[in-house]
Design a binder for this molecule. Structure first.
Ligand SMILES: Nc1ncnc2c1ncn2[C@@H]1O[C@H](COP(=O)(O)OP(=O)(O)OP(=O)(O)O)[C@@H](O)[C@H]1O
Length: 225
């Protein structure tokens, strides 16, 4: 179990361009994220927030610089697979759930990918669903749920394998203000309860201010505010 204060993710002098170098998104940025903290990446549309999350999650590679996430290098394929299966959770704006599977089945997907059985995971699935107020919907198909219920399901799925780092990309972006506030509060509460570090991309100041740290993303640079 990781104690508070341990470095969970470190990014050193990372640069990222697209389109053969024509679009420079990140310029030698560095960042450390510690256990249990919730860090907001706050910046305008197109500033590079998603790009940084994708690099941390091994969904894309930097041009230069180094990274360590939960002791693994996300740029190395074998490490990346271990990281994704066991140590990372993702919540995206458009939740990427499987619509014709039930809430329960969607929450269980990462556990099955990590080689665990249905029996082994049943209690955890129920516990997570209860924590987000979805016990009564657990057998319903995701396609029949509201946007807020879908995002609650996505949060449970992201936490299923008890990750050490949760990457959240505008997790409230597709929701109305009231539902967005409720989902953000839930994410914060669960992350604290499970001692998961969170890196959350947002362009909304009020969500950034509710995190432990705000890292501004602008002109390819990061600055702590
Ligand atoms: N695969 C890609 N190919 C080319 N350009 C890209 C690619 N991905 C992102 N970009 C560009 O990189 C820049 C940063 O994009 P990114 O998605 O990281 O920004 P963001 O801060 O997350 O924006 P938003 O808040 O709108 O999601 C943008 O100009 C975007 O168009």
């Amino acid at each position: 179990m990781s104690g508070r204060g341990e470095v969970i993710a470190s990014v050193r002098e990372v640069s990222k361009t697209y389109d053969g170098g024509r679009i420079q998104v990140l310029r030698e940025v560095s960042l450390e994220v510690r256990a249990g903290e919730m860090v907001a990446l706050w910046g305008a549309s197109g500033s590079g927030k998603s790009t940084l999350l994708h690099l941390l999650g091994g969904l894309d590679k930097p041009d230069t610089g180094t990274m360590s996430v939960c002791g693994f290098d996300p740029c190395v394929e074998a490490s990346r697979n271990t990281l994704r299966r066991h140590h990372l959770g993702f919540v995206f704006q458009l939740h990427n759930l499987i619509p014709d599977l039930t809430v329960e089945e969607n929450i269980r997907v990462p556990a099955l990918a990590a080689g665990r059985s249905r029996e082994d995971t049943a209690a955890r699935v129920r516990e997570l669903a209860a924590q987000v107020g979805l016990s009564h919907r657990i057998g319903h198909r995701v396609q029949d749920l509201s946007g807020g219920e879908r995002q609650r399901t996505a949060i449970c799925r992201a936490l299923m394998n008890a990750p050490r780092l949760l990457l959240a990309d505008e997790p409230t972006g597709s929701l109305d203000e009231q539902t967005g506030d409720a989902i953000f509060a839930l994410l914060k509460e669960l992350a604290a309860r499970e001692n998961v570090a969170v890196v959350l991309a947002t362009h909304e100041r009020r969500f950034a201010e509710a995190c432990n740290r705000i890292v501004r993303v602008r002109d390819g640079r990061l600055s702590e505010i």
